[in-house]
Each structure stands twice: as structure tokens, then as C-alpha cells.
Design a protein around this ligand. Sequence first.
Ligand code: PRX
Length: 632
Amino acid sequence: MSNLQIKSFEEYQQKYAKSVQDPEGFWAEIAEHFQWKRKWDQVLEWNFEEPKIEWFKGATLNITENALDRHLADRGDKVALIWEPNDPKEKNITYTYSELHSAVCQFANALKARGIVKGDRVCIYMPMIPELTIAVLACARIGAIHSVIFAGFSASAVADRVNDAQAKMIITADGLNRGTKQIPLKRVIDEALEMCNSIESVIVHNCLGWTPSMTDQRDFWWHECILNESTACQAEEMNAEDMLFILYTSGSTGKPKGVVHTCGGYMVYTAYTFQNVFQYEENDIYWCTADIGWITGHSYIVYGPLLSGATTVMFEGIPTYPDPGRFWQIIDKHGVNQFLTAPTAIRSLMAFGEEHVLSYSLDSLKVLGTVGEPINEEAWKWYYLHVGKERCSITDNWWQTETGGIMISGLGNISPMKPSYAGYPIPGIQPVLLDQKGKEITDNEMEGYLCIKFPWPSILRTTWGDHERCKLTYFSHYKGYYFTGDAAKRDENGMYRLLGRVDDVINVSGHRFGTAEIENAINTNSNVIESAVVGYPHPVKGQSIYAFVVLDKPSDDIENSRGEIVESVVAQIGKIALPEKIQFVTGLPKTRSGKIMRRILRKVAEGDTSNLGDTSTLLDPLVVEEIVANAL
Ligand code: PRX
């Protein structure tokens, strides 16, 4: 579709070699394909010590001009967005590039009318409806920094993010549809706002026709805000390194951190990877099932596809409503050519049996993607056989919120595939495996800590309001490297297989949680003395959460005590972070210096208690016996 696209594996190898020999020349050539208001003075300035990373320094642009205006001449009437509703009986909605452009400009003007200016933070807490995409792009249009909060988070989690970002506005909806359920969103925002002081206004989209409470002078209806606004809005001129968005993500410490991405590098990298990984061609229909509340939705529903002039599908619902054939029905309905989903979704649909997929032709499919967590061989093969009918290539995309775009992955049908291997690095990405001592492992057929040794355009620049935290989390473990938190194995041909996190991050159904974050939520319960949370393998979700909890006043009514813990987690984070197992214990295994021995708890959670290793250094070895005896 564009000359950014690599067309063969040989070309990939040449491009890769060039990207390592001359990274600046390589990215400058790619950046030439975009519309800049002013060209850069310098392609890259960086050091991983501070860290300080600047791409396309001195350049100015607006990402929405690249995602919308630039396409109007040739693709004005091309469909940019297909919105598929939760209920298949409801009509889908499409926006052409020209319609999307008008809608974004109009809402951008509405934001300005409410006093939003360049640099202000705007939080977005919305259903998967077109207005979410419009809100994101409208912020980018006027240089406001968007921070999308996944609509499954609780009021308290919303308040944490709003307060950290010191956001001036929230954009939300009355509620959302999810399968047979309808979930109130505005009510959550009202509750959150009792804990916030920076919000000046709330814009509410009327999605379900409800009449939520509206606070005078603070809350405004979306449809009223846009009523008299023009559909033209001049795009704010942004420096390449101005912030585009903040996205909160969990790490190994308690509070989620605001990962910051900037305008120029993020634009170049998401478009480049979109076009190459999915091998999108001009009239293809592309669908990513992620939620825009997570990075995958930002980069591969909104920015990557629209920057490439693609047609992107956005789905409001869930894979199992009204039946487990819903994904496949949507693929046939819209003639989807590239489909990207998560291993959890594949595994959960596998469990319903092949009959739900076999009744659809799926003839249009060319490339299948999997993202967000390691995919096991069985799920990979099921996807390949029953969805791809052995015709489609599978690309396994490894990356992170912090990397902004896909880092290690096959490229459509041009790269070799190997089940459960993400494959080779994208051009410009220099992965290394480090050993325990931080030394690079150069041999193949080896495992190690996955680090990246050279910056790429969409690497995070900082963590909002706390640069030191960014340095400590990603650039201090191994000096001179970006540390991913993942372990990986390299095979004899140099392909990478991801082995999971080596820090205290748990990946449940592709959603990231820090153990400390969940422990903090559990500990808000006044009857809890302390708790320890670990992840353990789960056949559908990849990992699940196991909590060991010490109560102040243990009760015989275990179910009631569990219910209270569940309530605390739902209130602090949301249902998505619920521990699958909660075991009440009289104490946690600790070293004499007070450190919790998670290794032991992990083994218990995995059901592997045959060899717990050396427990002699524990403060109270008897605690372990009790934990093992009562393990769930
Ligand atoms: O452990 C890796 C896992 O998800 C983490 C990043 O999570 P998040 O920032 O939420 O981004 C998810 C969407 C990219 C990584 O550190 N992960 C992501 N993709 C894969 C993966 N693990 C194995 N294979 C993947 N394809």
C-alpha cells in the first residue's frame, strides 16, 4: 500500500542490517513519508543514563493531519472506521476519512470551547464507540494530552489516574453495553470526582439513552457541546517531542505509572509497524479486537491504521455474545483481511468447540495476529487450523505499553513462522539477552533477560511527573540497556520466544497488574494485616491471581471473608483484577530481614510443593507447612 512496506524476507534482512548500521539514516528515510510542518534538525539524540531520548528534534507536526487531512485528497470517501455494535441486530456505523475528519475537528472545537488548550490533560473513560476514537484524535488535534482509562476500572482507580495526571477534563458516557450487561460509567465518574480536585468539566456522550445525574456547570452533553461548532479546526503545531498521550500501566511497585509517548516518534513507528506486521494493502479491512483503554488499541486500532489510510474495525462487544461465533461472524460480515486478537480470546473460544468457527467461511482472512501474552502451541495451532484454515500466516506481536509499538514479530506472510515464537525483531530494534550478571549472551539456543540496546522512535520518554521512576524501572537494572521485564529464549536461527515476566507483574488475560497494586487493594480492608499476591498458570487467562491473606480477626465464615476481600479489590481497581484464589493464612513466609519469599508462594500457587527449596532461612518455617497443607 505504501513504500514503507517490506515485501520479502530477504528485503527484511537487508533493511534490518541497514537499521543497525545506520539507525538515523534508516528512520529519517521512513520519516520522509509523513507530513511535517517543519523538518527535523537532528534525527536522534539520546542517552540511556538519564534517560533522554529525542527523535526528530526540531521538527513540528500534528499527528491528526497525518492520520486524517493527508488522506482527504485521495481517500476522502474511503471508509476509515467501521463500528460494529455489541448487538448484531443493531446497525453498524461507518465513517469515511472525510466524515471522521469533520467529526474530530468539530469535537476539537468543543474541547477548545470548554477551555482545553495545548498541554492540558484530558482523561477519557468511554465505551468502545466511535466517539472514543473521535475524542482521542480531537485531543491530539489541539495538542491536549489524552489519557484513556480502561472502562473496567473502578472509581478509585480512575481517581488515582486523574489526580496523578492533574487532568482538567473527563470525557465519558452514560454507560456501556457488554454482552447482555449494561454498565454505568457516569456513575463511576461521579464517584471518582469526589476524590479529585483538578477536573473542571465532564463531557458525557449519550450512548444508552439514560439520564444520569448531571452536575450544573461541570457536566455537559457531548451532543450539545458540538451543536454549534464548526467542522473545521486548525491543527495545533506540535514539536516532535511534545507529549501525545499518557497511558497508565502497572509495574512491580504499588502505583500504576503514566507512560508518556510523544508525537513524532510514535507516529513514525506505529505506522511503520502497522504496515509491515500486517502487510496491509490499500483496500483491505483490518480488525483489532483490543480495547482502546490499552496500548494495543491506541497503536493498532487508532493511530497505526489511520496514519496508514487503512480501514479499521472497532467492536463494541465481547467474543461470546450472542454466541461464541461472534468474532467469525463479524469477519465474514465485513470481509476482514487482517485480524488481531489476544491468546486469551483464542483459548476461551477454543473451549466452546470448533463448531462455532467452522460454520463461517473466513475466506477474506490473510493475516492473523496474536498479541499481549505468550501464546501456547495448542492455541497457536487451533488459530492456524480453524481460523486461518492453514492458509493465513500468524504474526505473534511482542511489545509493551512502554515500547509504543510492536518490537518482535513476524511480518504478514513474508517471515518464517514457528508456533509460540514471536520471531525476529522489527527493523530498528536491537534486542539482547543478558545473563544474571548483566553480560550479553551472544550464543543462540539460550535464555536470558530481554533488553534493548538502542532507542527506537516510540520508546517511552518518561513516566508522568516522576522521571526518576522511569530511570529506575527501565534503565537502571542493566546500565546502558532498556530492561523489558521479560525473559526470552533465542533459537538456533535467532528467533525469539517470550517466556513471561521476571518481575512482579502478572499478566491476566493480557491485562497487566503489579502484585503490590493488588496487595495494596486487599490491604485497604480493615480486617487485613497483610497479604501477598502471586501469579500462577491458568489454561484460558494465561495467568491468574492467587492471594495469601493474613486476617486480623479470622472468621469461620471463609466465604464471607473472601467476599470482603473481593469487595476491596473491586473498589480499588475493578473486577478485572480479582484474585481467582484467596487463601487465609496465619503468617507469610518471610526471611529474617522481613522479605516475603514469593518463590515459595509461587510454587504453592502452581501446585508444585514437592520441592520448595531451602526454607531454613525463614523466620518461621512452620508457616510454610500450614500454607502447603491448606493450599487451594
Ligand atoms: O510480558 C510481556 C507481555 O505483555 C507485557 C506487556 O504488557 P502491556 O504493556 O500491557 O502491553 C500489552 C500489549 C502489547 C510484556 O512485557 N506480552 C505482550 N505481548 C506478548 C507478550 N508476551 C508474549 N508474547 C507476546 N506476543
